[in-house]
Design a protein around this ligand. Structure first.
Ligand code: MAV
Length: 326
């Protein structure tokens, strides 16, 4: 649980980006994970593609293992154009700057992987991308993700009845808490690097996450019980600071946009393929105990009005309909 305990922010890190005299561009990236996680591999693929296709000199300085904090820190760094130029980020961590962006990763948005793929390979999310750029100056250059989020707890849960009053952590976007409240759980927004301790000390009993991250950060040590709620297929934009992007030479910008797109496709194939395998690996090693969740259809029914109300509030009723119709 590397980032879980004693993670310190490297605020001493100099402002980015750096376009030096000798035309060397150095971009700094951030990942909460080690080299084995799909997000890090996706960022490495992005770096490889940029280097391969750009004639000039571009260097990447990717900081791993939460050295620069967690995504909710990265979003501030990106927005202020300090310390981080590129990363992968849950839309729900960008809610403070663009309240409509979490629409793309709200629970139960996608029916299945085919639906998720159809949405991510279309341009239906473009209005949300535009809003993020305008309000937060963060540019989406590709989409990865493909993990399935389940409920992880310090004791088993099998159905809605057992979920009632359940003290669980959710990501910071209000739509996340509203969704789990509608399922009668008792959600609170807690920073990702505090989740492990919060569970260990009994502040909460549970959270929700995908296999890759549970394995990488050893969350199974405190939440070995996995209920297959399968409530979210993750959408994880590869993002760049807008200010950084604008300062880059035009030919490099073009290479970055293409590399972001291709690295995203690479990452989606990777994480969606590995997701089930990783669950099985952890189960086989006796690290987790997996059980079905009985009322999954009922969950969907309870959540739909919450989604509709949120979409109406942010003026995205048509957008939500377009996503559902894909
Ligand atoms: C997982 O590690 C990833 O989906 C990451 O993007 C999220 O921020 C994190 O969970 C979380 O739940 O905060």
């Amino acid at each position: 649980a590397r980032i879980m305990r004693g993670a310190t922010l490297a605020l001493s890190v100099a402002a980015a980006p750096m376009v030096a005299q000798a035309d060397t561009v150095t971009l700094r990236g951030a990942s909460m994970f080690d080299e084995s996680h799909a997000f890090t591999k996706t960022l490495r693929e992005f770096e490889r593609l940029v280097k391969e296709n750009y004639d000039g000199d571009v260097q990447f300085d990717l900081r791993l293992n939460g050295e620069l904090g967690v995504e909710s820190d990265y979003v501030t760094f990106l927005q202020q154009d300090v310390a981080v130029d590129y990363t992968i980020m849950a839309p729900s961590n960008m809610a403070v700057f663009a309240p409509s962006i979490p629409l793309m990763d709200m629970p139960f948005l996608f029916r299945d992987l085919d639906h998720w793929n159809a949405v991510l390979s279309s341009d239906v999310l473009k209005p949300l991308e535009d809003e993020l750029l305008e309000k937060a100056d963060i540019k989406i250059i590709g989409y990865t993700g493909g993990g399935v989020r389940n409920l992880l707890s310090d004791h088993p849960t099998h159905n809605l009845e057992e979920l009632a009053g359940f003290k669980m952590r959710v990501m910071g976007a209000p739509i996340q808490a509203r969704t789990f409240s509608a399922l009668s759980a008792n959600p609170s927004a807690i920073a990702y690097n505090e989740v492990y301790n919060a569970i260990q000390t009994g502040v909460i009993n549970s959270f929700e996450n995908e296999a890759a991250s549970v394995q990488d950060l050893k969350f199974y040590e405190v939440t070995p019980y996995v209920a297959l709620t399968q409530h979210t297929i993750t959408v994880r934009p590869i993002v760049m600071s807008g200010k950084t992007f604008r300062q880059l030479p035009e030919d490099l910008q073009a290479v970055i946009l293409q590399a972001g797109k291709e690295a995203g496709a690479f990452g989606r194939a990777l994480e969606s393929r590995e997701d089930g395998i990783k669950l099985k690996e952890m189960e086989g090693a006796g690290l987790i105990h997996v059980n079905a969740f009985e009322d999954r259809d009922k969950l969907l029914e309870l959540v739909k009005p919450v989604q509709d109300a949120y979409a109406a509030e942010i003026g995205a009723t048509e957008l939500l309909a377009a996503i559902r119709a894909k």
